[in-house]
Design a protein around this ligand. Sequence first.
Ligand code: IMP
Length: 438
Amino acid sequence: MPGVAITGLQWGDEGKGKVIDNLAEDAEHVVRYQGGANAGHTILVGDEKYVLHVVPAGVLQKEKSCVIGNGVVVDLEGLCKELSDLEARGVNTDRVYLSDRAHIVFPFHKALDAARETAASDENKIGTTKRGIGPCYADKVARIGIRVSELYKKDLFKKRLRRLVDEKNTLLEKVYGQDPIDFDEVYNSSLELAEKLKDRVRDTGVILQEAVRKDERVLFEGAQGVMLDVDHGTYPYVTSSNASVCGITAGAGVPPRAIGTSIGVIKAYCTRVGDGPFPTELHGEEGEALRKAGNEFGATTGRPRRCGHLDLLQVRYAVNLCGVRGLALTKLDVLSGKEKIKVTIAYKCEDEIITEFPASLDLLKRCTPVYRELAGFTEDITDVKRLEDLPLNARRYIEFIEANAGVPVIFLSTGPKRSQFFRRGHGEQLWDVDHVSQ
Ligand code: IMP
């Protein structure tokens, strides 16, 4: 019973939270393996809306073990607040575990993230969430970061934190002209927060390796999306972790065989927050109308999302990278009322037709999308529970996606509520890897 990976195939905000919430019902473990509080997974349970940043979405289903893996970067204050807010709303968080190897996002990481973005020229701005993600991962790779386990060795922690604070304050003051961070404040508050979290700290790799050995059901919860993956996305306009399936083994501490099935989540159109190329972006009224219809505002920062047509060249690239077996298609309801639906199947650069997503951003910037126009639908589909009950043109849209992505749509989300979701075909046997893989 190997694990199931749920990955965003676009630029994040595909509606992964809702898909994971639905699939978590059948899982025993739900695992975040990369990213940090830059993510915002929105889930509607009845009339209650939850926005989760670091806590895995499985927390909203009963009796799941929810693992924040070693590949996640953790803002201790943010995590404590997220947990206490959930508890205040009656959600049991007893089985939320934090890896002792996860790196810590400190206030100076956030200050540096913001200072760098503010100081960058327009051309160099990434449009980060300013949650300190990039600077924290940079310290991890530079081998000067601090991991959760070190919080519990006070003398060592003090020494290592002193070195970091001194270095970051030099940068903040001398390079960016910002106020320094107070060492004692960071040190004392980190120890207080560590105390609050101590019962949750585990070698989570061991928990998950054992789960894999015992054939327990593990759901890997991706954050962001393939196009924001630091290696495979539109670098440098990306986040600082491997947001594709490539991040799972390193970020959760599991062997490759732990991933039995890869499910990719795509929105019926496309959005992006932050800067960077977006070939099918709609400017002006059409983009504004889509933003309004889809309520496309960032769950973490509230920023308006850039909106555009579905890009199947880009989806195909992500499907192939992640070895996707089936797609979860979200927000199809938002397209209702459109007379025509445009979809990109290739790019054109000068006289050349491009069918593979280019690595060069310079080339990408010069590409124009080659569109196919499909007939739209007007019916309200929010309560549809079977593919056969969708309007003909909605089904044709799905078929077009399947034909161009090369994989079937096995989950459909037709509205924000937990219940506005259905499975079809192999989606019914998600944990039966042989079945889904056929
Ligand atoms: P960072 O992850 O805060 O460093 O931001 C880097 C880029 O990733 C920016 O363009 C952000 O807008 C984008 N980003 C980060 N997290 C998310 C997310 O959860 N959804 C969508 N975009 C994100």
